[in-house]
Design a protein around this ligand. Structure first.
Ligand code: SF4
Ligand code: FES
Length: 204
């Protein structure tokens, strides 16, 4: 795979063709905040927090760095007053759903976001999709999925699959930037008796 050269925050950065701007930046030690990105998962571009500005042939535009491919001679800016204002707004909107998320609180500190700017609609899930996609793409189990649409969209465990697959796995738990996933799992376990409540039954 051929190598390309681009500029990120004034630094010359080498990337392989097919890499995203986010991957190229991280490879060069330049950090860009993310909420829905995971290196083992297909690019998703859901949260928009990783937005950056690119300049090509004199044209500037904002792009989502976890899905936008690095290109030869691209000039990328990962931080500016404009980018910070957009990230601040995204964080504030997400905090209306998950005001107690440590990850969001840390981001709020960095970007000066006000956790109380928008009316609370505490759903706890910020729809990053990490749990759903990890279970489907990495574990190939599909034990958790999204149900409903729009403002009513939420994650839900499929009890029949969760009863067989989740107890010994739970690899999605640490990926969740809020407490929504663990809460949904506890609820599913409480509602559906086939899910073990303490220890899994040993299989003979
Ligand atoms: S439960 Fe957590 S990991 Fe799953 S989509 Fe919601 S915020 Fe993301
Ligand atoms: S990390 Fe890029 S859109 Fe979420």
């Amino acid at each position: 795979m051929s190598e390309i050269l681009l500029q990120i925050d004034g630094k010359e950065v080498k990337a392989r063709e097919g890499m995203t701007i986010l991957e190229a930046a991280r490879g060069a030690g330049i950090s860009i905040p993310t909420l829905c990105y995971h290196e083992k998962l297909e690019p998703y571009g859901g949260c928009r927090l990783c937005i950056v500005e690119v300049e090509e042939r004199g044209w500037k535009k904002l792009v989502v760095s976890c899905v936008y491919l690095a290109e030869k001679n691209l000039v990328v800016t990962t931080r500016s007053g404009k980018i910070d204002r957009i990230r601040k707004m995204i964080i504030e909107l997400l905090m209306a759903h998950a005001p107690d998320s440590f990850e969001l609180q840390n981001l709020a500190k960095e970007y000066g976001a006000d956790r109380d700017r928008f009316e609370k609609e505490a759903s706890f899930c910020i729809h990053c999709g990490l749990c759903v996609r990890y279970c489907a793409e990495v574990k190939k189990k599909h034990a958790v999925g999204f149900v409903d649409r729009g403002t009513r969209k939420e994650i839900s465990f499929i009890p029949e699959i969760a009863a067989k697959e989740c107890w010994d796995c739970k690899e999605c738990f640490p990926l969740c930037p809020t407490s929504a996933l663990q809460a949904a799992f506890v609820l599913t376990r409480a509602l559906y008796s086939p899910l073990p409540s303490s220890e899994p039954e040993s299989e003979e």
